[in-house]
Write a protein that binds this ligand. Structure first.
Ligand code: GDP
Length: 296
């Protein structure tokens, strides 16, 4: 039976309430509950382990052991660490670059890169009044290029035609040249994903990064990936100097554990969340809301 972290924590408080002092056993039991709840919220195991280790280190410390209500103090530590991990506030997109500011989209196939490129272009155009150019460097899937073209026309931004016979780096360079000559504020470069981590894909996106020197390199990841998100995030963050994360498909029934995993593994802020297939389905990330989602 699914039990939320909140419920589990309440039962921990009840168990611990009677104790003026906590024993190692009390704390171990509390940590078991926290561990179960995080795993149920789909947080990756290595992330759960390090989270528990942090909480435990603080829980056996003075602030909890010396507290008048140790149960509450443990809960306080859990909340606190969760917030710390999730980031204290929303991090906006950084476009502080000589125009055009380049945004590079990275992630596996199906993560939502192309859709998110369209959504982001719409936001930048409507809210920041930016002149946006989008281009697809996905030479393997002509359908992906067409999909971006369609999205660009839907949101009313310019789309740069890519020739699938060209190398991704050449396409991106041509788009950048066009953006410079026509005074675009932002160039968003959508890239080719693969179904799984693949060396050729990583080499390709690394080359794109080196050629473009983007001000934002955003890792797009599907929240439904749950436990697997951590390996994907690790591979991308080891290959690229990521500047932020976009967590997609949060309108589904994902518990949000991927947010915690990805945040911890990359150390980079989640900047936006995808909340629907439509071009309007992109929202700034709110750490507090995500913490509540994980807490259940
Ligand atoms: P890409 O291969 O990374 O470019 O992924 P796509 O942008 O083609 O998206 C893959 C699928 O996920 C498409 O069917 C999208 O409509 C869907 N998708 C993307 N973002 C979201 C989201 O936030 N919510 C939902 N429900 N679907 C999404």
């Amino acid at each position: 039976m699914f039990d939320s972290l909140q419920n589990r924590l309440s039962s921990v408080v009840k168990t611990l309430r009677g104790h003026a002092r906590l024993t190692e056993d009390n704390i171990a039991e509390a940590m078991r509950e926290v561990r179960m709840a995080l795993l149920e919220a789909d947080v990756a195991l290595p992330v759960v382990k390090s989270f528990i280790a942090d909480v435990k280190a603080r829980a056996v410390g003075e602030e909890v052991m010396g507290s008048l209500s140790p149960g509450q103090a443990v809960i306080g530590v859990v909340h606190d660490e969760l917030k710390k991990l999730m980031g204290a506030h929303n991090d906006a997109l950084n476009l502080a670059a000589v125009p055009p500011a380049i945004v590079l989209m990275a992630g596996l196939q199906g993560a939502g890169k192309t859709t998110t490129t369209g959504k982001l272009a719409k936001r930048l155009k409507e809210e920041s009044k930016k002149k946006v150019l989008v281009v697809s460097a996905d030479v393997y899937r002509p359908a992906a290029i067409e999909q971006l073209k369609l999205l660009a026309s839907q949101v009313g931004v310019e789309w740069f035609p890519s020739d699938p016979k060209q190398a991704p780096v050449d396409i991106a360079r041509a788009a950048l040249d066009h953006a410079k000559r026509h005074f675009f504020d932002v160039l968003i470069v959508d890239t080719a994903g693969r179904l799984a981590i693949d060396e050729a894909m990583m080499a390709e996106i690394k080359a794109l990064h080196a050629a473009l020197n983007p001000v934002e390199t955003l890792f797009v990841v599907d929240a439904m990936q749950g436990q697997d998100a951590v390996n994907t995030a690790k591979a991308f963050s080891e290959t690229l100097p990521l500047t932020g994360v976009i967590l997609t498909k949060l309108d589904g029934d994902a518990r949000g554990g991927a947010a915690l995993s990805v945040r911890q593994v990359t150390g980079k802020p989640i900047k936006f969340v995808g909340v629907g297939e439509k071009v309007t389905g992109l929202e700034p990330f709110h750490p507090e809301r995500m913490a509540s989602r994980i807490l259940g």
